[in-house]
Write a protein that binds this ligand. Structure first.
Ligand code: 13P
Length: 343
């Protein structure tokens, strides 16, 4: 387990975190639609090359999660995108699931697919350079949901994926995302998060997954996006850290958060509050980030598909990564938002 425990720790090294750039073709199309860019293979390549070639980004980014298309792509000058990352000391990762589908007999819920042929795909991904992987399960809060059936089914699949990933010496990033959609209270989110995490760790134990060689990718414990009053960052920090203390074993080296549709600033402020609170009360795991939208919304908007905007988009990405990395060690302040984005 030595190698994968080392990789897991490197991914959550202090003052660094992960860029989730593993949007599936349908998800990146939605992001490109929002900025008026056609989602073609060359455009996706150009955009991701822009991110990975941002000068100085390796001081804030320990790893990047790639999509199946991206791990095989070459930059405009012929350099494999994976090599661009590795040459900067950034660890390449891969999205291992193939997406969420309606759950049989509970159509308002979803189950993540991708176990068939997974061993063979992981072997290929390892040959292409992946040293970590991600599987995202989706838990929805609503009337009468999530059901224990949905939680158990997703947790079982997460553990099957994690075991297969470790078998190939690839660090699994186990992601049971509790969606923030809805008008639920933070207490309801806590209840669902606890039930989910307890089931996930029970399944991981049953399926012999080594805790030192994995990372948990988690949602923060938050009020629903549409809740009439939303919990403050201090409350989010207290609920989130206390939730993990009840459900995540200390042997897990790190917990990395998804941004999950929070605004860039909200995701940063909450990560900062979580790290400040954890430093005060003590926590056994590193508490870092693995943001998709939280890191990319700003550069996407600046870029808008125009070659002339590449340098400005890279500065916007650098700035967001710098602030998020500061929050990851509890050293962010909102005044930093207004600092010049000049790298
Ligand atoms: P967001 O930060 O945009 O939620 O994406 C992170 C991710 O990788 C979800 O699986």
């Amino acid at each position: 387990m030595g190698d994968i425990a080392q990789t897991a720790s490197a991914l959550v090294a202090p003052a660094k975190g992960i860029l989730a750039a593993d949007e599936s073709t349908s998800t990146i199309k939605k992001r490109f639609d929002a900025i008026g860019v056609e989602s073609t293979e060359p455009n996706r390549r150009t955009y991701r090359e822009l991110l990975f070639r941002t000068p100085g980004i390796a001081q804030f980014i320990s790893g990047v999660i790639l999509y199946d298309e991206t791990i095989r792509q070459k930059a405009a000058d012929g350099t494999p995108l994976v090599k661009i990352l590795k040459d900067q000391g950034i660890l390449p990762g891969i999205k291992a699931d193939v997406g969420a589908k309606p759950l049989a007999f509970s159509p308002a819920e979803v189950v993540t697919e991708g176990l068939d042929g997974l061993r063979e795909r992981l072997i290929e991904y390892r040959e292409l350079g992946a040293v970590f992987s991600k599987w995202r399960a989706v838990i929805t809060i609503g009337d009468g949901i999530p059901t224990p059936y949905c939680i158990e089914t997703n947790a079982h699949a997460l553990a099957r994926y994690a075991a297969l990933s470790q078998e190939q010496m690839i660090v699994p990033m186990v992601e049971p995302e509790v969606l923030m959609d809805g008008d639920h209270t933070i207490d309801r989110c806590l209840e669902v998060s606890l039930a989910t995490l307890r089931e996930v760790f029970a399944q991981l134990a049953r399926q012999r997954v080594q805790l030192e060689g994995m990372l948990l990718k988690a949602s923060m414990v938050l009020s629903g996006k549409g809740a009439p009053t939303r919990a403050s960052p201090d409350e989010v920090a207290r609920y989130t850290v206390n939730c993990f203390k009840e459900s995540v074993p200390a042997a897990v080296p790190g917990i990395v958060f998804l941004s999950g549709g929070q605004s860039d600033e909200e995701a940063t402020v909450n990560l900062d509050a979580i790290n400040r609170y954890a430093a005060k009360v003590g926590a056994p795991w590193q508490l870092s980030f693995s943001y998709g939208r939280g890191l990319q919304a700003a550069p996407q908007k600046v870029w808008s598909g125009k070659a002339d905007n590449v340098a400005a988009a890279q500065r916007a990405f650098f700035h967001r990564a710098k602030l998020t990395a500061a929050a990851r060690v509890g050293k962010y302040s909102p005044a930093m938002e207004k600092e010049s984005v000049a790298a």
